[in-house]
Design a protein around this ligand. Structure first.
Ligand SMILES: Cc1ncc(COP(=O)(O)O)c(C=O)c1O
Length: 399
């Protein structure tokens, strides 16, 4: 099945660059890392910071309380989570570490996908030192991924071996940009009594998310990537049976109160990004509508992935023809593009410095992948510029 559209979709109305602070000279094809904020979102954050600085006690102790409650309810409902189990944190890393830090390990392993985000693998390895956890074990998924069922089967095989104390499943993988069948993997974990944390760093906004329906024990998400909230906005949703024991990393006054109270105050920190999330959600709803934006991103991404893969003579990581692709796509880099670079960061920085093209480049063991992510400002010309930059880069004589 090949669902890649033959031509790129027309630009969304009202998506000119001036809606963001993006300079004209960049082909910016990596909002997947840190998002990109619309100007109205930047303005809302600046306004809150100005109020904070005008009278910090009045803002923090009084004015922000109602804003916090309404933001929490709006954000939880947008991602399909109940507000009682929803806690804001700074980012997905903090959410995942909060679970790892307090999980009751009993000598069993931590099971991760072999494409798990490097920081999550590192934190998991750290936790196995002296916490009672066994070791980090990886589930291998062949690339290109041929089907959602094949991913589930790989997890089932790994779970079959037993001895797992905690599974951490990516909803959307970082390096390979695959939308994974999270609910089915969670169900396989549940059948074997394995608690499961879904790493949804890339899912909120990119997917029409229904956290409750996935039925995990915990769900960690980022709001700065695909919702376009300021950096510093993430969340940890926790299933009812774990709410007594799950707490943010920073324990403060209300640590011994309920789940919601413990997350509400995590010591003095800049929580204005949490308060701006509804502005970011409404901004996109008002400009394009979420489902229209998602459909555009999916079509643009599938088209762009095919263009770049065919120019390089390689393939995309999603071998289903687009069924596992959302707003990002990863293209395998041939050997010719690895030669002469010490690592993938060096190649990424070369493309940025020489061609003003920003993409993510990462490796699964032994294989480099170039990840394109497409925000509404992206145009076919940006993708063609990347193709030209890669053509020049792949030829050592011209480098
Ligand atoms: C799959 C995945 N998990 C976790 C993270 C960590 O996100 P953050 O750095 O915002 O905490 C990322 C970041 O891109 C990611 O892609």
């Amino acid at each position: 099945m090949n669902c890649s559209p033959p031509s790129p979709p027309s630009p969304l109305p009202g998506s000119e660059r001036s809606c963001w602070s993006l300079p004209e000279d960049w082909a910016f094809l990596n909002p997947g890392s840190f998002g990109l904020r619309l100007r109205e979102v930047q303005a809302a954050r600046a306004d809150l910071l100005a109020r904070w600085e005008a009278q910090p006690v009045d803002f923090i102790e009084r004015a922000s309380l109602a804003l916090y409650d309404s933001s929490l309810h709006r954000t939880a409902s947008f991602v399909g989570a109940d507000a009682d189990g929803f806690g804001f944190v700074s980012n997905a890393t903090e959410a995942i570490d909060a679970v790892l830090a307090r999980h009751a390990f009993r000598g069993g392993d931590i099971l991760l996908g072999d494409q798990a985000y490097g920081a999550v693998a590192a934190a998991s390895a750290w936790v196995t030192r002296g916490s009672g956890a066994g070791r980090v074990r990886k589930v291998s998924v062949d690339l290109p991924a041929v089907s959602a069922d094949a991913i589930v089967a790989a997890w089932q095989d790994a779970l079959e071996k037993g001895g797992v104390d905690l599974a951490i499943v990516d909803h959307v993988t970082s390096c390979t940009a695959l939308i994974q069948p999270a609910a089915e993997i969670v169900s396989a974990c549940r059948e074997r009594g394995v608690p499961v944390l879904v790493d949804g760093a890339h899912a909120p906004g990119m997917l029409d998310l229904d956290v409750a329906a996935i039925d995990a024990d915990w769900y960690a998400g980022n709001l700065h990537k695909w919702i376009g909230a300021p950096a510093g906005a993430g969340f940890l949703w926790t299933a009812p049976q774990h709410r007594d024991r799950t707490r943010p990393l920073a324990l403060s006054h209300d640590a011994n109160e309920g789940y919601a109270e413990a997350f509400r105050w995590q010591g003095t920190r800049d929580f204005t990004p949490w308060l701006v999330v509804p502005t970011a959600i409404e901004a996109i709803e008002k400009r394009w509508g979420w489902s229209r934006l998602r459909a555009w991103q999916r079509d643009m991404t599938r088209w762009a992935g095919r263009e770049v893969a065919s120019a390089l003579g390689t393939c995309v990581a999603d071998g289903t023809g687009g069924g596992l692709t959302g707003a990002m796509v990863s293209v395998r880099l041939p050997e010719s593009h690895q030669r002469g670079f010490t690592d993938c960061v060096a190649l990424r920085d070369h493309l940025a410095a020489t061609y003003r093209v920003e993409v993510a480049i990462d490796d699964t063991p032994g294989q480099w992948w170039l990840r394109l992510s497409l925000g509404p400002w992206a145009r076919p010309a940006d993708v063609h510029r990347l193709v030209e930059a890669l053509a020049a880069t792949g030829s050592p004589a011209r480098r």
